[in-house]
Design a protein around this ligand. Structure first.
Ligand code: TYD
Length: 233
């Protein structure tokens, strides 16, 4: 790409477009886990994550949720609104898994969380992305309420969609950002890299846990999700 590189993330690269309000986000053929300690470069991974993200952002836009997604100029690159990213990772959970089970007591993996819960983590790898309280989020100058409200709306839409495909949406991570007018938009990515998807009944994993635990090929699993989404969504 000839555009000027603005930022190099762990698995995505941000490019200038010449338009101050828009950026290009390229999804790389790369996967990381455990704060970048585990890395691989699977062929086709960028494309499948970009295409799933684009499809899900389109679904959410159609449901009235503001997202940064504008267009898909190529299979691994999306044109997005340029935002100032809120340094808070918003995690929504429908089923207990991952750090929730690890860092609490008496919760079993697979336990239904009704109603779903929303958590906030600091987006700062150097500090180890610690869990925040809502008060701490406020002290950072960020109102947690609209983040929580949006996360629950996204959850409602995605849950219906994945239920239709025969998957449980266990949990997922969202990031948000503000545009130049101060309007909040859903940002980043929406793919099995940042959500847990378990096949209903068997609990077979179709997400990044396959890579984290070396239990299977993520590109094959993600492609299955994309095919299902294209058929039913
Ligand atoms: P969580 O259970 O908190 O952490 P871990 O995946 O390390 O066990 O993760 C909840 C969901 O959020 C899960 O679907 C993975 C996603 N997530 C990210 O995409 N990026 C992150 O940095 C974190 C911490 C979680």
């Amino acid at each position: 790409m000839n555009n000027q590189e603005l930022m190099h993330g762990k698995v995505k690269t941000l490019y200038d477009t010449g338009d101050a309000e828009k950026v290009l986000i390229k999804y790389e053929d790369k996967v990381t886990a455990f704060d970048g300690k585990m890395v691989d470069y699977p062929d086709g991974k960028g494309k499948v994550c970009c295409l799933i993200s684009a499809l899900l952002f389109e679904k959410l836009s159609a449901a009235g949720i503001r997202t940064h997604y504008l267009d898909l100029p190529s299979l691994n690159t999306m044109l997005c609104r340029r935002l100032t990213i809120v340094p808070v990772e918003v995690i929504c959970r429908n089923i207990a898994a991952g750090s929730l089970v690890k860092n609490t007591d008496g919760l079993k993996e697979g336990q239904l969380l009704q109603p779903p819960i929303v958590e906030f983590f600091l987006k700062d790898d150097a500090k180890g992305d610690p869990l925040l309280t809502e008060d701490r989020v406020r002290l950072m100058g960020v109102d947690p309420e609209p983040l929580k409200e949006q996360a629950l709306m996204v959850n409602g839409q995605l849950q219906v969609l994945f239920t239709l495909l025969g998957f449980d949406l266990v949990d997922f991570k969202l990031e948000f950002g503000y545009d130049g007018h101060g309007d909040l938009y859903l940002a980043d990515e929406l793919s099995p890299d940042s959500m847990r998807l378990w096949k209903k009944g068997t609990q077979e994993r179709f997400d990044k846990d396959l890579f984290r635990k070396d239990e299977g090929d993520i590109v094959t699993a993600y492609k299955h999700i994309l095919t299902q989404l294209r058929q039913f969504a």
